[in-house]
Design a protein around this ligand. Structure first.
Ligand SMILES: Nc1ncnc2c1ncn2[C@@H]1O[C@H](COP(=O)(O)OP(=O)(O)OP(=O)(O)O)[C@@H](O)[C@H]1O
Ligand SMILES: [Zn+2]
Length: 808
């Protein structure tokens, strides 16, 4: 009898999204387990391809004759544990992607394999070789194999692979295929003493000309050194010849030692503190609830109530029991404090998964986690897949943040992945926020999650006082500036007192759009359906969607008048106005434009933290969990900016932003104040946010969600259709609508659209969408099939997003 493996092949095409059977050859039978990565021949050309073993089953005589054999295993160990295989199936079924895409989401990019081809001349004297191969032949050897990429480099034209395969078929060359990992494990040559006795003999009686060698060998032994040759030479101030000499005598030997690429080391310590009463109560409620079988808790605590300290205590408790933990933050660079605190409390057992790690560094961290060397992982979204041993605790900080939803297929939500993993491992999931997402609060209220609330800040510090300023009144009173009188006076006062100020505006650049006052012309991106933003720092107009740049016009390109002006405000403009009005103030700006360079986030953050600036201007980058003690004033310049976007989450988003940004004020021993500027001062999300009243905001907004049948009361399948050909796209959308005819009038599903997107063109691709609301899992198969059939062979691409965070 022999065994068969069902394998998912490296291929993202929907048609290939199934398991393929391969025979497990006898010599591999002992080795191969499910979750392992293997190399198999695939397709008619039998190209070497990587794949993952999903299942192992018994074969029959009949299958033996039809099936191909596995060539080799790709790794020593299993890559996907049972739990991660289950997780891959979950992702595939929940977000409607292929199994390969699901697996690629789970494993780090650095481990993927690439096929390398090596070529050798077969030296067939009897064959007449066509002249067209001469150029290739001149690069090939008849004694050793040459890497095809080396030949490709030597070749001035593009070397077609088909030519190489023809040459093989004609018997001119021999090919050898190998699969190599993109990122390799890193090893170093380390010198260690071989036999102590032999060494001692040499040290005691060295021949006169080897005295120096003996002296150094003695020190190496005394210090129990394990070093590379360069390190040894530096340490003992000797030449490499001395070390080589010792190696030649068989006294020192060279061994290969596996090492890790170390991302930044950090020796900062974050000492333990005595928990406040509120923190103790919350911690007890969570631990008791968990003992009684509650697996997920929503920790709803006002800004500055000390949630991080609760997380730290939980992690400590789980570590003591030998369990592993994952701590998720919205974005590493934006939450330096949280990261510092975990590293500072737990040290070496913590790995931080930065988005700026190189593939090699990421791969090394992943290996450390998998081997159990690392027990706590702190990271952004994708760290939820970390192969932590004995995983029992996942914490999602600022769980309402949009960055927890992936923007790439599969468009998973981190919270849903965490819930699944915690269920599999019977562990504990903590969702923390001052402004929980509606999904989570709804679950907590309906009893699906445990709910723990903290309504006071640490040491009973007051939440800041929030004042709403009606900008329409300012205008009536003749104030045309971007600052209301109240905000302007408050900034001045704060500067005089030596306190710090944060000014928030959710738009970068200088202006929102550039327009001609004479003819009404608006500068738009030629590739996208959006207006261009003026950036004063380089005097350019920039598209925020595709990056297109053009010079700022001197005159209107349409009517040549000089009255071309910028309108609206971005962070750059605020910065320059502040500099104009308060020339002595030290101003920092944090937005996408000022933080492109590595390390800039940290630099700006530290400058402000160390009181080297008076005012910090920024976009939503500054709204997250930052804890500055000296900030007593926060100005929100345009609170209603996202309120009017065509998205059912815009009220929720507005409430969250105002509350979170306000939460940066008054965290030290001085009282905080917030000034909210708006054209819509009666809007309930602004009023509730000004009162720090999440619960009543929720109660009101949830009724609207229910009435209009929006999540969390229903599921949405958002189908985005894009094409560079507008006519073809519109026609296909209309025909699709017709094909979905039979779904109309059903109670359990509703169809909206097709309609053009809010932004109807991005990067020369026209965009339309269709929205399905209701029991989408019941209809997904048929929707997918209808669309695939209809759109096959057209210029149109389509993608799915389940419960999207943005429909723009
Ligand atoms: N038990 C404690 N004793 C003294 N200080 C504490 C205690 N717990 C937390 N703090 C301090 O209180 C401040 C706020 O804590 P933390 O940053 O964890 O708040 P948070 O709840 O995460 O707020 P946000 O939601 O705004 O991010 C921090 O400076 C922290 O060091
Ligand atoms: Zn553009």
């Amino acid at each position: 009898m022999f065994k068969i493996a069902s394998i998912i092949i490296n291929n993202s095409a929907k048609e290939m999204d199934r398991e393929f059977d391969y025979i497990i050859p006898d010599e591999l039978e002992e080795l191969i387990r499910s979750g392992m990565r293997v190399i198999v021949p695939f397709g008619s050309s039998n190209k070497y391809t990587e794949g993952y073993v999903m299942k192992i089953k018994q074969g029959t005589e009949l299958t033996h004759y039809k099936l191909k054999k596995i060539i080799d295993v790709a790794d020593k160990d299993v890559i996907l544990t049972e739990e991660l295989i289950e997780l891959a199936y979950f992702i595939k079924n929940k977000y409607y992607c292929t199994m390969w895409d699901a697996i690629q989401t789970i494993v780090p990019a650095g481990i993927s394999l690439k096929e390398n081809i090596y070529i050798k001349l077969k030296a067939p004297l009897s064959i007449k070789i066509p002249d067209k191969y001469n150029e290739i032949l001149s690069c090939i050897d008849d004694k050793k194999y040459v890497d095809i990429s080396v030949i490709e480099k030597n070749f001035n034209k593009k070397l077609k692979r088909s030519i190489i395969f023809n040459m093989e078929r004609e018997g001119i060359i021999e090919l050898k295929r190998k699969m190599d990992q993109k990122v390799k494990e890193k090893t170093l040559d380390i010198y260690v003493p071989l036999e102590v006795e032999k060494c001692n003999e040499f040290i005691q009686n060295p021949p006169p000309r080897y005295r120096k060698q003996a002296e150094i060998l003695k020190q190496i032994i005394d210090n129990k050194d394990e070093h590379t040759i360069t390190e040894l030479c530096r340490k003992y101030k000797c030449t490499p010849g001395v070390i080589k000499g010792l190696e030649g005598k068989g006294l020192l030997v060279k061994i290969k030692k596996e090492i890790y690429r170390e991302p930044v080391k950090d020796e900062h310590v974050y000492p333990k503190v005595e928990l406040t009463l509120d923190q103790k109560k919350a911690l007890t409620a969570i631990i008791e609830g968990y003992k009684n079988g509650i697996n997920t808790f929503l920790l709803h605590g006002v800004t500055g109530c000390g949630k991080t300290e609760i997380y730290l205590n939980l992690v400590e408790k789980f570590l003591k029991h030998g369990y592993g933990a994952i701590v998720l933050v919205p974005e590493i660079a934006l939450t330096p404090q949280t990261v510092e605190r975990f590293k500072g409390r737990f040290g070496e057992v913590v790995a931080v998964l930065h988005s700026r790690l190189s593939n090699g560094e990421r791969f090394d961290e992943w290996r450390k986690i998998k081997s159990g060397e690392v027990k706590v992982v702190v990271g952004a979204r994708s760290a939820v897949f970390a192969p932590v041993n004995n995983l029992k605790l996942i914490i999602i900080d600022e769980e309402h943040e949009y960055s927890y939803k992936s923007e790439m297929t599969p468009k998973y939500h981190t919270r849903e992945i965490a819930e699944f993993r915690i269920k599999q491992n019977q562990g504990l999931l903590i969702l923390g926020s001052a402004t929980p997402s509606f999904e989570s609060y709804y679950n907590a209220k309906s009893g699906a999650y445990g709910l723990v609330e903290i309504t006071r800040r640490v040491d009973n510090k007051n939440l800041p006082e929030v004042r709403i300023v009606d900008m329409r009144e300012e205008l009536k009173a003749g104030n045309r500036s971007i600052f209301s009188v109240e905000l302007f006076d408050s900034i001045k006062e704060n500067l005089n007192r030596g306190h710090q100020t944060i000014l928030f505006l959710n738009r970068r650049g200088y202006s929102t759009f550039v327009s001609c006052r004479a003819c009404g012309y608006v500068s738009k991106c030629p590739h996208c359906d959006v207006s261009l933003t003026y950036h004063s720092s380089n005097n350019k107009l920039i598209c925020h969607y595709c990056g297109f740049e053009s010079k700022m016009h001197q005159v209107c390109p349409n009517c040549e008048s000089k009255y071309i002006k910028y309108f609206g405000t971005g962070t750059e403009r605020i910065e320059s106005e502040i500099k104009k009005y308060f020339p002595n103030a030290r101003v920092l700006r944090m937005d996408m434009d000022t933080t492109r360079k590595k390390g800039e986030h940290e630099r700006i953050y530290n400058e402000f933290k160390n009181n080297n600036a008076d005012i910090l201007v920024g976009t939503q980058m500054i709204s997250k969990g930052m804890d500055f003690k000296n900030v007593t004033l926060v100005g929100i310049l345009a609170a209603d900016m996202i309120l009017n976007l065509p998205d059912f989450r815009s009220s929720e988003r507005t409430f969250q932003l105002i509350t979170q940004v306000s939460g940066r004020a008054g965290r030290g021993d001085k009282a905080g104040r917030v000034i909210v500027q708006t054209y819509d001062p009666e809007h309930y999300s602004i009023i509730y946010a000004s009162k720090h009243d999440y619960v009543n905001f929720y109660n009101r907004e949830i009724q609207i969600r229910k009435m209009l049948n929006h999540p969390p009361f229903t599921d949405i399948l958002y189908v985005l259709l894009t094409s560079p050909k507008e006519d073809e796209l519109i026609k296909a959308c209309m025909e699709l609508k017709d094909e979905f005819r039979y779904l109309y009038g059903r109670k359990d599903i509703e169809i909206l659209g097709p309609v053009p997107n809010h932004i109807s063109k991005i990067k020369n691709n026209y965009r339309w969408h269709i929205i399905f609301k209701g029991e989408i899992h019941k209809y997904y198969e048929i929707i997918n099939e209808t669309a695939s059939k209809k759109l096959a062979g057209t210029s149109i691409n389509f993608s799915f997003d389940v419960n999207p965070y943005s429909m723009i």
